[in-house]
Each structure stands twice: as structure tokens, then as C-alpha cells.
Design a protein around this ligand. Structure first.
Ligand code: ZN
Length: 433
């Protein structure tokens, strides 16, 4: 498969995944097609050497793993970590409300999106609905509204004369509600919303109990630039890394290399990771421990396995944008299509250190791909990833890496076509090593 075909698969993956719950369902399909078995954390696990498994926690975090033939205590776990969520807008519990003659959808800001990029886009919403079935059980169903139902129209420049000088500023409470429809006097907004759900989910109104919805952009991903060297879509941060990790894992040579391989993709990274299914929670430690228990390792051998493990914490990086040179550290510019970016921060906002960086460079060299090193400007606060918290919890040597991209946290982000293939190649090298 060439670089462009790999990116087309990524764009199809993102377009099938308008929310973190959908992203996990999309990955689940790919895993099942590759003969992975779904495990429940509620049941006891009988794992076989060479077996392929995955676990989902609360619909939006997933850990897929392969039990290797090699001795776990000595060989350790080879882990790729990333996140399934992206910053944006989430629908409020009482979704619709009247404003004069118009029905608007109330939204809450999730994480740190660039809010101005949500204006004038063909928006809709997708997520999950929890309901009581005929037998009285609580069930969950994924729901996606395909058509563009929502919009945040900009204010005309005639009422916002300074917009090009001051930038577009939106009050999060009063200026973000999305326009849904005209309203009539007889309508009750909650009822209108419930009817919308009933029509889409085919569940009776009285059975629907609760839901979570993400606002998404209905425009599909696309290639752009000379020779289609770049691509664009929503949620590249961080579904591009999830897709690269999963593609690397689902290679037959990788799967049969005899190593214990783990892909851990978490929800809630954009809001701090502190939740039952977040990277700062117990999900990864629980799964690693249960893999060890199923292989009858004692506590010392489990600790040895952790000490012999390595994690690639993969999240997107900031590509140099020449229109804004002052935003970048002049000696550490990184570019799209120039290879994976190794992220370094002395204050441990990234988990990379000398040895883990050296090991990653070794895999890049073995895969015959370029790499770049990034440091943030010293006078601007640096972002972080799931790397520091997972390595602190488990004591696993970790490197923070990711592909360079433009417009991180915009609803329409961009990256380089070659980089996606480079990342998959170095991940496969790491998994096979
Ligand atoms: Zn990210």
C-alpha cells in the first residue's frame, strides 16, 4: 500500500468516527476482522500465547493486545499509547432552548478547541444514548446524525468591524449555542429534542434515559497542496496516531513476531485524563497486570516485565507555519513530511529522556526513515500528553513522539501524507524489535 492509500484509510477511519465512542467502535471492527477476541473486565480471562484480544472500558477507551511467545518477564510489554478524544463542543443536557423565534442547541466546551474555527461549518452531532430495554436492562446505542443539522453563523463584519484586527472572540455561554431551527409557540424544546432522538434511534421516548453527544464537522477529509502532499480532516489530534498504532499492530509479520504488544487508546486526554477510563486511571495498569496474572507471573516477575517494557506515547506535534515565525523556537522548528517528531521538555511535560530518545532514533534508523526533535519556546507554556502520567504510574521507560501538524485543535487540522507512512513504519519496527 502506498503513502496516499494509507492516508485515505486514515481519512475513512476519521469520517467513520465522529465521536470518541464511534472511534472505539470503528477500531473494534478492524480488530474483529483481524481475529481479535473481545474480553470483558467483569469476567475471568484465559489467555493463550499468540492470542489476540481487546478490552473496552465505558465505550470510548480501548486496549488491544497480543500475548507473545517470548518470556514476558524478560521481554516486557511493547506499548503504543494515544488518545481517542478531540477538543470541541458537547451538547448540554437540556439540549434545545428558544431564543426569540429560533431554537438553539446549548453546548459546553470540551477541552481547548480553537472556537472561532467552529463558525460557518456544516456541523452535526453524534454520540451515545443510554436507555432501558424491554427486559429492564440499561443498554447503550451509538447515534450519528449524518445530515448537517447545526451551525454557528459568524457575525457579519458590519456588526463586528474590528474582527480582522482583534480576532474573533466568542463568549462561551452566550455566543456559542448552535442554530437548529425556527421555533413555533406550541413547541416544547425538550420534546423536540426527544422526538429527534426517537426518530434516529428507534427507541421509545419513555425508554431513553440519558446521552452524551459530540458536535462534529460533516465535511469529509481531503488531500490538498501541490501533488496532494498534505491532508486535512477534523480530529487528526489524535485519531491520526490511533490509526497509525492500529495499522502497525494489524500487520501479520508484527502480530507473529512473538512479542507482547499493546495498543492503549484513552478517552479524556483533552480534559486531563483523570477518569475511570482516562490515561491517569487504572485501565492500563489493570490490563497489564491481568495479562501477567493469566501467564502465572509472580509479583516480582510482573515488576521485571514492567522494567523491561517500553512505551511510545504518540500525539501530534506543532509543524512550523511560516506566517507566524515568532511562535516557534527558532532552533527547533519541525516540518510536515520530514518524519516523526521527538518531543523534549526539561520540565517533564513530555516523558522523553536521553535513553528513550536514543532507542527511538535506533528504530527510525532501522526503519530507514527521518526524524526531528522539537522543543517549545521557553517563554510559552508547553502542552503535555499521556506519556508523563502513564510512565509515572507504571515505571515504564517512555518516549513522547508524534507527527507534525498545522492548526492543532482547529476543527479542520492539516498534516503531511508521507509522515503517516513514516510513523507506521517506525511503530512496526518497534513492535517487531
Ligand atoms: Zn493530542
Amino acid at each position: 500500500m502506498n503513502d496516499r492509500q494509507q492516508v485515505q484509510q486514515l481519512l475513512d477511519f476519521i469520517d467513520a468516527s465522529p465521536s470518541p465512542w464511534h472511534a472505539v467502535a470503528t477500531m473494534e471492527q478492524a480488530l474483529q476482522a483481524a481475529a481479535f477476541t473481545r474480553l470483558s473486565e467483569k469476567n475471568s480471562w484465559q489467555l493463550e500465547a499468540g492470542g489476540r484480544y481487546f478490552v473496552v472500558r465505558d465505550d470510548s477507551s480501548i486496549i488491544a493486545f497480543v500475548v507473545g511467545h517470548k518470556v514476558l518477564a524478560e521481554n516486557g510489554y511493547k506499548i503504543i499509547g494515544a488518545h481517542t478524544d478531540s477538543p470541541g463542543l458537547r451538547i448540554k443536557p437540556h439540549a434545545l432552548h428558544k431564543s426569540g423565534e429560533i431554537l438553539r442547541m446549548g453546548v459546553e466546551v470540551y477541552g481547548g478547541p480553537i472556537l472561532a474555527t467552529f463558525t460557518d461549518r456544516d456541523l452535526s452531532f453524534a454520540g451515545r444514548v443510554s436507555y432501558r430495554d424491554e427486559a429492564g436492562e440499561i443498554k447503550t446505542q451509538l447515534v450519528r446524525f449524518e445530515q448537517s443539522l447545526l451551525r454557528l453563523p459568524n457575525l457579519a463584519i458590519h456588526m463586528n468591524r474590528g474582527v480582522n484586527e482583534d480576532g474573533l472572540k466568542l463568549n462561551k455561554q452566550s455566543e456559542l449555542p448552535l442554530i437548529y431551527s425556527m421555533s413555533s409557540k406550541e413547541q416544547f424544546p425538550d420534546q423536540v429534542f426527544t422526538e429527534l432522538l426517537v426518530t434516529q434511534c428507534h427507541i421509545a421516548a419513555e425508554q431513553i434515559l440519558s446521552w452524551e453527544f459530540n458536535v462534529y464537522d460533516t465535511q469529509k477529509g481531503a488531500f490538498w497542496g501541490a501533488e496532494d502532499a498534505f491532508y486535512t480532516d477534523s480530529q487528526l489530534d489524535n485519531l491520526a496516531s490511533c490509526h497509525a498504532g492500529l495499522t502497525a499492530l494489524l500487520d501479520e509479520v508484527v502480530l507473529n513476531a512473538g512479542n507482547t504488544l499493546v495498543c492503549a487508546f484513552f478517552d479524556h486526554e483533552e480534559v486531563g485524563s483523570e477518569s475511570t477510563k482516562g490515561a491517569d486511571g487504572s485501565f492500563l495498569p489493570d490490563v497489564l497486570e491481568r495479562i501477567a496474572l493469566a501467564a502465572a507471573l509472580n509479583t516480582e516477575d510482573y515488576k521485571r516485565a514492567l522494567a523491561n517494557s517500553f512505551m511510545l506515547s504518540v500525539d501530534m506535534a506543532h509543524a512550523y507555519q511560516p506566517n507566524f515565525p515568532a511562535a516557534y523556537e527558532t532552533e527547533h522548528k519541525v516540518y510536515v513530511n520530514k518524519g516523526p517528531v521527538i518531543k523534549l521538555n526539561a520540565n517533564q511535560r513530555y516523558s522523553s529522556e536521553s535513553v528513550s530518545v536514543a532507542m527511538f532514533i535506533g528504530w527510525c534508523q532501522a526503519a530507514n526513515i527521518p526524524y526531528q526533535k522539537y522543543a517549545h519556546r521557553t517563554d510559552i507554556p508547553c502542552g503535555s500528553t499521556i506519556g508523563p502520567m502513564t510512565s509515572a504510574k507504571l515505571g515504564i521507560r517512555t518516549v513522547d513522539v508524534g507527527n507534525a501538524m498545522w492548526a492543532m485543535h482547529s476543527i479542520r487540522e492539516s498534516a503531511g501524507v508521507q509522515d503517516h507512512a513514516y510513523m507506521i513504519a517506525v511503530m512496526q519496527c518497534f513492535f517487531k524489535h
